[in-house]
Ligand binder design. Structure first.
Ligand code: NI
Ligand code: MN
Length: 233
């Protein structure tokens, strides 16, 4: 259960996270069905709000079905939000630089260097920007980088005052571990959590090497979770 004194961050596998504080349950990038590392099913989660970084299928995941089942509002970048709204979700389309309030907290959409489109099985739809998320709840600030390359303006995101930075380290589609260490240096969070690795053979990485280099090269404390595990801040 969520610790009312802080935020419980649970890695559900790949880029899917659950942030819990009191009665607020924020589900991010809920790729569960078809995710070989997922620790819960789409039927088992009960979020109060769903956030999506970008339209790629390994991030949108089960968002539509979960939103329809639970009534949880989806907040996403604009074209994806509009697309999911047309599919019957209660969805809000925001955009980079904007902050959207939800019950219990806020999310600010920030830059990510990546692409974004949803493959509906026939064609790519819902094009638009890929984003990172700065989530504030229970007095804590959690940055979820989404899928991104390393970029210098991560230093600006660091001025948000990050308790936690969740960064992809898988390489191939995103930063690899060495670029992710540089990212943590720019973001200067209190805690750095890696994700988006070891889901598929193409993104196999040794997170312990990332952790060692974060400890050696930055002021952040690395926290390597296994899918299903939580960290409380
Ligand atoms: Ni992606
Ligand atoms: Mn991805």
């Amino acid at each position: 259960m969520a610790d009312t004194a802080g935020v419980t961050i649970t890695w559900l596998g790949h880029a899917a996270f659950l942030l819990e504080a009191g009665d607020t349950r924020v589900l991010v990038d809920p790729f569960l069905t078809g995710n070989p590392t997922a620790t819960v099913t789409a039927e088992e989660v009960d979020p109060t709000v769903i956030l999506i970084t970008h339209a790629h299928n390994d991030h949108v995941g089960d968002a539509l079905a979960i939103s329809k089942r639970t009534g949880a509002k989806i907040i996403a970048t604009n074209e994806l939000g509009v697309y999911l709204g047309k599919q019957g979700a209660d969805a809000v389309g925001a955009n980079i630089g904007g902050t959207v309030a939800f019950e219990g907290g806020t999310v600010k959409f920030v830059a990510a260097v990546h692409t974004s489109a949803f493959d509906d099985g026939t064609e790519f739809v819902a094009p638009g920007a890929a984003a990172g998320l700065v989530v504030r709840l229970a007095g804590k600030t959690v940055y979820l980088a989404g899928d991104t390359a390393l970029f210098g303006d991560m230093a600006l995101i660091g001025t948000e005052g990050l308790d936690v930075a969740i960064v992809p380290i898988g390489g191939h589609y995103t930063m690899d571990p060495s670029d992710a260490v540089l990212a943590v240096g720019l973001l200067h969070p209190v805690v750095a959590i890696p994700c988006h690795f070891n889901t598929f053979p193409m993104i196999e990485q040794d997170a312990d090497v990332f952790a060692t280099n974060v400890s050696a090269g930055t002021d952040a404390v690395p926290v390597v979770l296994v899918p299903g595990e939580s960290h409380i801040v």
